[in-house]
Design a protein around this ligand. Structure first.
Ligand SMILES: [Ca+2]
Length: 271
């Protein structure tokens, strides 16, 4: 089966250095307006204006905070292993980002996008799929705090009209914990002795992709022929299995967040 998984940065994420560049040219009496550079910030990706009162969470930690009037926030929780951070604000697309010790060592600026009428948000909660039985060396094992819902996730949802002649994509906001051979070879998993089959994604009963890597904003093309326009559709995600455990079935424990459907024009407009 052919499938397409494109890693795609929907949103502008850039880190800026807190350090003042050492330059010979000092411009007069310009003061540094009290900006310490210790804050992360959420901005509107179009207008670049700060977004205040956005909800910031590390769902697996049960940690929550909000941005202030300047869109600033600081994380009161220590982040070591990769962890999913979510940003939610009414009127904006739910956003998530995998953060770790390195990415949080400097302030980050996160651009979030306004929702548009064609958005189909399937789910904006976090799920742990698997069996709660995992190696301490598994990708992100340190971060599993929410209980597994079992070896698969499934959700029914309606799709109204879609723009004609446009490709349709399932977007997975963030996924961590995948222990495939590819994830191991890419250094995403510290499990060295075993690996798992990839999680499989089904749309209306058809397998449309296997997920081999952890990451943010993975896009999977959904063939239009299997989409039920103006009808009920079903998304199912099955976790992989440890290929080296023969005595019993050991499902690969993963966490994922933010599932939605987008079409070409939306993706193009994101750029
Ligand atoms: Ca397991």
């Amino acid at each position: 089966m052919e499938y397409l998984v494109k890693s795609f940065l929907l949103l502008l994420i850039f880190a800026y250095s807190a350090a003042t560049p050492v330059t010979a040219a000092i411009n007069g009496n310009v003061e540094k307006n009290g900006i310490s550079g210790d804050f992360n910030q959420v901005i509107d990706s179009q207008t670049k204006n700060p977004v205040s009162q956005a909800d910031i969470a590390l769902p697996s930690r049960g940690y929550k905070t909000r941005t202030d009037n300047q869109g600033r926030f600081s994380l009161g929780a220590k982040v070591d292993a990769p962890t999913i951070m979510s940003v939610q604000k009414d009127g904006y697309k739910p956003f998530s980002l995998t953060v770790d010790k390195n990415s949080m060592s400097k302030p980050i600026v996160i651009g979030i996008e306004k929702t548009n009428p064609h958005d189909i948000i399937i789910d904006k909660d976090m799920y742990h799929i698997g069996d709660d039985n995992y190696s301490a060396n598994s990708a992100n094992a340190d971060e599993f705090r929410i209980k597994a819902i079992g070896p698969f996730y499934t959700k029914n949802f309606k799709i109204g009209n879609l723009p004609p002649n446009e490709d349709v994509y399932l977007v997975i906001g963030s996924v961590i914990g995948i222990d495939t051979k590819m994830a191991r070879d890419m250094g995403q998993s510290r499990v060295t002795t075993t690996y798992a089959s990839p999680p499989q994604i089904f749309f209306n009963g058809n397998m449309i992709a296997e997920l081999n890597l952890n990451g943010d904003n993975q896009q999977i093309k959904i063939p239009r022929s299997i989409i039920r326009i103006n009808g009920n559709n079903q998304l199912t995600i099955k976790s992989g299995k440890n290929l080296f455990q023969m005595a019993y079935i050991d499902y690969d424990d993963i966490e994922l967040m933010n599932l939605f459907i987008e079409t070409n024009s939306q993706i193009a407009s994101d750029e």
